[in-house]
Design a protein around this ligand. Structure first.
Ligand code: HEM
Length: 396
């Protein structure tokens, strides 16, 4: 069984293109090889087959997790995420964890912004606690955010001591854990006093009535942080980068129509999705949209292409929230997949959309102008794509 065609350049070149110019790389691969296409990077051990048509995306998200698990795709964050993390588990353990973690997303518990917000909402952290946690997380993530570190970590996948990239990551994680375990000890002493997600997680009981261990709680909290912080921050940065270049959209947003606000959020997530792929590791050969794909392949619904393909979205390159309003045909839900899909669909999607709506609503009164005329390119920062100049806008 052959893999679909793809670039023949050495894996190191494909890795560099994937990391430094991810948007352009995916566009070129699609233009040259169509759908599906196979890429080879150091990001994963196996070759990766990218699919982006709605039929293929539906097939990928429907695959049985026993045949196409996704937990290993977050392997990269394992030292930080921890072994009990929902991000890394598969099968029954994963579903059990999803059920347990649904608790914090219920009701009115969700308010405020990305790291600050997530720290307050998830941990109920305030003042000194908030500062200490923020610093520890920034230090931890800083070790994996820079492009040289990311490349070095993708190529040399070993901890070669505290000065090496993986070693620096480990030391930062240990420092973060120490702060977190202290916080957990304090919180266990005063349950019932706050309404944070942590308080809800502390109340969890497994099927035998046991409360979660500190390690388990720690991994749940980090999954919420890793899942909830960078993606939201990147998506908001892109929303501002795009809005600044579309004064007519800003003007309409200012009118205060909630449907339009929602459309702006959906369109930002479409035109600049924070993650490029939703990958699954194939353990057995499967058929996706009529193509047989062999085992030991990474199969990815390519979020970036599905959300931006010209044949799926009229004027795909245009930031046009109007396409989400009632007077235009509804987009195919299988081509709008910024939150992935199937049993691994983003656990925080409603929270993330609400967070974006609230920020954009609050900012709607401002006039945004781009600091420079040319649009910002996408660059990688750990797992997410961010504007390469950090979304430079003048606010007036
Ligand atoms: C705009 C912001 C966000 C985007 C674009 C985003 C996107 C994604 C994507 C693409 C996945 C993988 C889906 C798949 O493989 O099919 C994912 C998983 C996940 N996300 Fe998000 N996410 C965002 C915000 C959040 C927030 C705010 C939280 C939590 C507060 C969160 C928690 C998670 C978790 C726990 C998972 C793993 C789910 C699982 O493996 O079962 N995310 N997210």
């Amino acid at each position: 069984m052959d893999l679909p065609p793809g670039p023949t350049a050495p894996a190191i070149w494909q890795t560099i293109a994937w990391m430094t110019r991810p948007g352009a790389f995916l566009r070129r691969v699609h233009a040259r090889f169509g759908d599906p296409a196979t890429i080879r990077t150091y990001w994963t051990e196996e070759p990766m087959v990218l699919f982006s048509s709605p039929e293929a995306v539906r097939d990928v998200f429907r695959l049985d997790p026993a045949i196409a698990p996704a937990g290993q795709s977050w392997e990269f964050v394992r030292p930080f995420a921890g072994p009990h993390s929902i991000l890394l588990l598969d099968g029954d353990e994963h579903l059990r964890e999803r059920r347990l973690m649904a608790g914090p997303f219920h009701g009115e518990r969700m308010r405020e912004l990305t790291l600050q917000i997530i720290l307050r909402v998830v941990f109920g952290a305030r003042d000194d606690e908030l500062t200490a946690l923020r610093r520890a997380i920034d230090d931890t993530l800083a070790t994996v955010r820079s492009l040289p570190s990311l490349l070095a970590m993708a190529v040399v996948r070993k901890d070669l001591g505290p000065q090496s990239p993986w070693g620096r990551f480990r030391v930062a994680v240990e420092r973060f854990d120490a702060i977190l375990f202290e916080l957990l000890a304090r919180r266990r002493d005063r349950t019932g006093e706050d309404d944070s997600m942590l308080a809800v997680l502390l109340d969890q009981r497994d099927e035998h009535g046991n409360p979660p261990s500190d390690r388990h709680l720690r991994d749940q909290l980090v999954a919420l942080l890793v899942g909830g912080h960078d993606e939201s921050a990147a998506s908001l940065a892109w929303a501002f980068e795009r809005l600044a270049r579309y004064p007519a959209v800003q003007a309409r947003l200012r009118e205060g129509n909630p449907d339009y606000l929602d459309a702006v959020v959906k369109e930002s997530l479409r035109i600049r999705p924070a993650l490029t792929i939703a990958p699954r590791l194939l353990l057995e050969p499967v058929q996706v949209a009529g193509h047989w794909i062999p085992a030991k392949t990474q199969l990815a619904a390519c979020i970036w292409l599905a959300c931006r393909r010209e044949d799926l979205w009229p004027q795909a390159g245009q930031f046009r929230p109007e396409r989400w309003l009632d007077d235009e045909p509804a987009p195919n839900p299988m081509s709008w997949i910024p939150f992935g899909g199937g049993v691994r669909r983003c656990a925080g999607a409603p929270f993330a959309e609400m967070e974006m709506r609230e920020v954009l609503r609050a900012a709607a009164g401002l006039t945004l102008r781009p600091a420079r005329r040319d649009a910002e390119r996408a660059r990688r920062s750990m797992l997410v794509l961010v504007p390469h100049r950090g979304a430079e806008v003048f606010v007036g």
